[in-house]
Design a protein around this ligand. Structure first.
Ligand code: HEM
Length: 195
């Protein structure tokens, strides 16, 4: 039965459901961790610490890739987001849709470029130190160093910029427009009832 009081794992007409909420916040934490470890590891001298950070970075990035695939499948299997608040200007709706499409693209592009880079330079990924992954792309040191490495760095900064814009927009909706856009993705929404 699916009525106004039945809790559901799916999105409703007024709020995101637990599956979307958990995937959203888990990905947010993993992406932030991958980004900050990535930025801090590249200038470390050769040391066990650098080696550890590189591994953690790759594992976080692969986890982002897997969860993004799960999220895309969830979204593509009919779990549409609740509609945007009534009266939202057309340009904001367009910006909202545009950033969401760009996010989905970057959730795949950034980790795949990192994976392609490390494969190209001949350092395969062993996920969590336990699961060896195949190479993603050709072994070609020049391609890795001259093309994939800078592309991975640039793409990760583009993703970070999108995150900043996304957070600023969410805070504006919450504190200025007060239209409930942030609350419906908040894990502790008072009651996750169906609309
Ligand atoms: C959402 C996922 C990811 C994010 C946000 C991310 C972000 C970053 C950032 C910010 C850097 C530093 C760039 C610089 O300032 O030079 C970096 C470097 C690096 N990333 Fe990622 N990354 C992700 C996924 C991956 C994955 C999946 C792999 C490999 C399996 C990977 C492999 C690397 C490597 C090897 C470097 C070091 C490049 C160098 O030697 O300078 N990354 N990443």
């Amino acid at each position: 039965m699916d009525d106004a009081t039945t809790p559901s794992i799916a999105n409703s007409a007024i709020t995101y459901g637990p599956v979307a909420v958990v995937l959203h916040w888990l990905l947010a934490v993993l992406i932030a961790a991958a980004f900050f470890i990535g930025v801090s590891m590249v200038d470390l001298p050769f040391s066990p610490q650098r080696f550890r950070f590189f591994n953690w970075h790759k594992w976080l990035g692969i986890a982002v890739l897997m969860l993004s695939a799960a999220r895309l499948l969830w979204r593509a299997s009919g779990h549409r987001p609740p509609p945007t608040p009534a009266g939202m200007p057309a340009w904001q709706v367009a910006a909202y849709r545009g950033t969401h499409i760009a996010f989905y693209g970057m959730f795949f592009v950034v980790p795949l470029l990192g994976w392609a880079y490390t494969s190209a330079v001949g350092v395969p990924v062993v996920f969590l130190g336990w699961l060896p992954l195949p190479d993603f792309g050709p072994r070609d040191k020049a391609l890795g160093e001259d093309v994939l490495k800078p592309l991975h760095a640039v793409a990760s900064y583009v993703l970070a910029t999108l995150v900043v814009v996304h957070v600023a927009a969410a805070l504006k909706h919450h504190y200025v427009e007060r239209d409930g856009l942030l609350v419906r993705m908040w894990p502790w929404w008072p009651s996750r009832r169906r609309a």
